[in-house]
Design a protein around this ligand. Sequence first.
Ligand SMILES: Cc1cc2nc3c(=O)[nH]c(=O)nc-3n(C[C@H](O)[C@H](O)[C@H](O)COP(=O)(O)OP(=O)(O)OC[C@H]3O[C@@H](n4cnc5c(N)ncnc54)[C@H](O)[C@@H]3O)c2cc1C
Length: 427
Amino acid sequence: MNLSPDVVVVGAGAAGLATAIFCARHAPLLRVVCLDGAPRVGAKILVSGGSRCNVTNTTVTEADFWGGSPRAVRSVLRAFPASRAAEFFSEIGVALHEEEDGKLFPDSNRSRDVLDALLREAGRLGIEIRPGQRVTAIERGESRFLVTTAPGGSTSLDRPTAYLARAVVLATGGRSIPKSGSDGFGYELARRLGHGYVETTPALAPLVLNGNAHASLSGISVRGAVAVRVNGRVAMRLEGPILWTHFGVSGPLALNASRHWHRARLEGQQVELVLNVCGGESFEDVEAWLLDRQRERPKARVTTVLAEKVPAAVADYIGALAGVEANATLAHLGREERRALVRSLVESRLDIRDSRGYNFAEVTAGGVPLEEVDPARMESRICPGLYLVGEVLDVDGRLGGFNFQWAWSSGWVAGRAIARALDGRRT
Ligand SMILES: Cc1cc2nc3c(=O)[nH]c(=O)nc-3n(C[C@H](O)[C@H](O)[C@H](O)COP(=O)(O)OP(=O)(O)OC[C@H]3O[C@@H](n4cnc5c(N)ncnc54)[C@H](O)[C@@H]3O)c2cc1C
């Protein structure tokens, strides 16, 4: 076992594996070791995209991300764009195909194939991957880092181990799904090396609603829109499918909105998510449609007509929300009732209790401030020789393959920079 590698990568998730692979591809003679606290590496890749792994997206720009400076995010994405990621996966035997909204998945539809290909490539390049090695301390010496691990899993060594490395990569992820091994300790490791911390919240998390009116809709999905109202003003509009569940709402629209709800609450702002179940149609358009229907089919039941626009159960729910009697016909709908109904269709406030938290969140918002790394190298501006990649940084993407792209791009930038810094200067 090599205890004096050139590079120690802490965390063998998507970003850590990418960094190790790109570093070794650029400088094959460097000795690269990946340490991971989990007994098996790649848990998040395996569960991703419903076990199909949405590897990236056809179009990825800084506008798909939140957190640190868009300029810095753009610089990293441009260095290794989604097209390069797709080429890379094709090279290692994972052909990708496109699905709705530009999402790219492996042709086999198996996340296992993505992880296996990454591990195979790491093996081919001579990268040592050591699971069950939880890093408990990183200290910076004169010319090397001392990285200490504690035994952590069935395949671990049974005593603490210390590594001396010339460069260290912090690829410890965020706090989401802590049982996967990403429990936020990476922030503490960064802090001890002088880094700051942007308070974290769950992101891409399902939302829990108060009451139980939503329970009757469990399993039903519509293409909707959400207005995020912060202190009474619309701060943002999001669109996409929303899915009702036994606890509240999920699906891409709710997951994407959860981050904004959490961040506004964290900042002490008053925040509301207002749902439009008519795919973002305006109040005026929906009212005009309903007026037409009133003229054409006055004897039709209100909920029957609403079911032209939304699933029948949602029509019943919206009718009840607007206080319209179950059997009411369109002819019985006065101006105020009609407008109340339209308002329920395009502007119903989601009564949110909370999100389902880190145990269900796909990513973490917040983390190590992005301005503390040089985006051309992913090297710490505070602790030279330390590189930070992936979700440990204050960057979170929307749903659709963007978070993995951040892992691949930041990993590529760091891998190349480490290779350039250390190659030819082996000690
Ligand atoms: C259910 C789910 C589905 C998802 N689906 C998608 C998707 O389809 N597409 C997409 O783009 N994104 C998806 N994501 C998000 C994506 O998985 C993450 O953004 C990405 O995995 C982050 O990569 P990372 O390497 O930065 O962190 P992680 O994958 O979290 O890896 C961090 C690693 O560091 C290790 N570690 C942490 N602390 C230590 C320590 N002290 N010592 C040693 N090791 C340590 C952990 O064990 C872990 O293996 C999904 C996430 C979840 C939870």
